[in-house]
Design a protein around this ligand. Structure first.
Ligand code: ZN
Length: 312
């Protein structure tokens, strides 16, 4: 059986992972992050009506980006097609698989509100029952639903924007070369949405603090020599070392990109969004944009960069 992660690699077209280690530079970055004072009293969010979640996200995207349709499938037709996997040639099967995908606006992808994922969302794609390298490599991503936290508050539209960002990337195979970079655009959009949705920068502050705390916790975990064993014992497929690294690397790079956006004039802001549009349209890759702005893992975790972006 392939793991969920292996399937995601094939569906999204990520390149092979290169192993990463906790370096002294990263531990130094953690110490700097740790030294940033946080005012916890400031972290309350208000409850909002459910319909505002979609409305706010729609407003956000219509101001910045054009979204392309994504393919949604219903469980019944999906299981029917999967039951034919062994009876058909892979090529024929893929054609059938593509047929069950219905193009929809990402805003029409059903949202399921759940107890889990208190501060975030989660995107469910089909692939669970498919176990063939070939099929996954050539099949499009079929989306099932978006999970969001049951407690709907001012921050929910921001988690929703994040997940919508993922739909746009995952439906264009190869739009992100490295799995470690897969969270950059969703996290960047989440920060811009937080900035747009609240003139007082209150939501932005909350999201920065949330990512800052997550980042410190993940670095701690990755630095624990027993962490890999602990994860194995949990036996939860969504918890794995590469995913943790994708958060570390993507948070650093996304914040770096966000600081250019935040401090940039209107032209710079438009230019960054135009690059993201090109990524969504399949014209360039996330890594092309990082290169254009000289954003690397290394320079994004320098003291100068950290003090600039995590204290906004
Ligand atoms: Zn994400």
């Amino acid at each position: 059986m392939m793991t969920e992660l292996e399937k995601e690699f094939l569906i999204c077209g990520y390149h092979q992972l290169r192993p990463i280690k906790v370096t002294n530079k990263l531990l130094y970055a953690r110490d700097i992050l740790d030294s940033i004072p946080i005012n916890d009293e400031y972290l309350q969010v208000n409850v909002i009506p459910e319909k505002e979640v979609i409305a706010s996200a729609k407003n956000f995207f219509s101001a910045h980006l054009n979204l392309h349709p994504i393919l949604m499938a219903d469980t019944q037709s999906y299981l029917e097609v999967v039951s034919k996997t062994n009876a058909m040639m892979a090529k024929e099967w893929i054609a059938l698989y593509k047929q069950i995908g219905i193009p929809i606006s990402p805003f029409n992808l059903p949202i399921q509100y759940t107890e889990k994922h208190a501060f975030a969302g989660y995107l469910k794609t089909f692939g669970d029952y498919v176990d063939s390298d070939y099929v996954l490599k050539y099949s499009p991503a079929l989306f099932l639903n978006i999970f969001l936290s049951k407690t709907i508050n001012e921050d929910t539209p921001i988690s929703y924007v994040h997940e919508i960002g993922h739909t746009q990337l995952m439906s264009v195979k190869g739009s992100v070369i490295s799995f470690y970079d897969c969270e950059i655009i969703p996290i960047f959009l989440e920060l811009v949405a937080a900035m747009d949705l609240d003139d007082d920068n209150y939501l932005l502050h909350i999201n920065i603090v949330h990512r800052l705390e997550t980042l410190i916790a993940i670095i701690e975990s990755l630095n624990d020599p027993l962490f890999e064993e602990k994860l194995k014992a949990e036996n939860d497929e969504t918890e794995n070392i590469p995913t943790y690294w994708s958060y570390v690397i993507s948070i650093f790079k996304a914040f770096h990109l966000f600081s250019l956006y935040h401090d940039g004039n209107i032209e710079t802001k438009k230019e960054i969004m135009a690059y993201i549009q090109k990524i969504f349209d399949g014209e360039i890759k996330v890594e092309d944009m990082l290169k254009k702005y000289s954003i690397s893992y290394d320079n994004s975790m320098s003291k100068k960069s950290i003090m600039k972006v995590f204290t906004l």
